[in-house]
Design a protein around this ligand. Structure first.
Ligand code: C5P
Length: 230
């Protein structure tokens, strides 16, 4: 199998993070967070190229960058929601990426993804038509009422947290995301769009340290995790 392209949505505003600089441009271990993530992906031997999706009015991105660690880097503009950005990225992929060819989607905000986890996702999800990295829920899960009190304790068996990368055939994922958008359904990850289209994506257990940097405390944790060997 030839190399896979990876769509990297990075068009979020990072509202939960606060501050003036969008979170993907904050310094993490000496480089912008976004560049750390792109290098993590580009270093993988089975990733052929990167499709970066950034906001149309993004003034912080180094627009001259056309490759990362020798892998081609293409760029397109994102949309209002993450799913809109991913769909824009899929549509902007080179024509050489055939509809039945698997593509990866990975959040720019997850700089600590492990090379070995990406390999396992590719090995296990490609033969079954798609899947995602995920982590089984380890904490007890509570449902809250309107007053912030426990309304119920939910069973945690069979519950997983969806991570990225997620891997699906380009054409099927594009169709599933476009269909959900047309129906006005809010989609929070690629697997959800594929589920809606009747697929059952494979859950591939990934490392818990593949965190999504959402708050300033996460940035400190990501710096610690990056300092260790992946
Ligand atoms: O907001 P959230 O943390 O779920 O975003 C996950 C990823 O999706 C981030 O890398 C963010 O930049 C990206 N995103 C996007 N377009 C949006 C919203 C989020 O590319 N409209």
């Amino acid at each position: 199998m030839s190399g896979l392209w990876c769509v990297v949505p990075a068009a979020g505003r990072g509202r939960r993070f606060g501050g003036d600089v969008p979170k993907q441009y904050l310094q993490l271990a000496g480089k912008p967070l976004l560049l750390q993530t792109l290098e993590r992906l580009a270093v993988h031997p089975r990733i052929a190229g990167l499709m970066l999706v950034i906001a149309a009015d993004d003034a912080s991105w180094a627009h001259g960058l056309i490759e990362v660690l020798g892998k081609p880097l293409l760029r397109t503009s994102g949309g209002a929601e993450r799913a809109d950005s991913v769909l824009a990225g899929l549509r902007a992929l080179p024509a050489s990426v055939a509809p039945d060819h698997a593509v990866l989607v990975h959040d720019a905000a997850r700089p600590c993804v492990r090379v070995a986890d990406i390999s396992r996702l590719i090995d296990e999800a490609v033969p079954v038509g798609g899947g995602l990295l995920a982590a089984p829920l380890r904490d007890t899960l509570k449902r809250a009422d309107a007053q912030g009190r426990v309304a119920a304790t939910e069973p945690r068996e069979s519950r997983w947290r969806a991570l990225t990368p997620q891997l699906f055939p380009r054409g099927a994922l594009e169709a599933a995301l476009a269909d959900a958008a047309a129906a006005g359904v809010a989609i929070t990850d690629e697997a959800m769009a594929m589920e809606r289209a009747g697929h059952a994506p494979l859950l591939v257990e990934g490392s818990e340290d593949n965190i999504k940097v959402t708050t300033p405390a996460d940035l400190v944790l990501a710096e610690f995790l990056l300092a260790r060997a992946s």
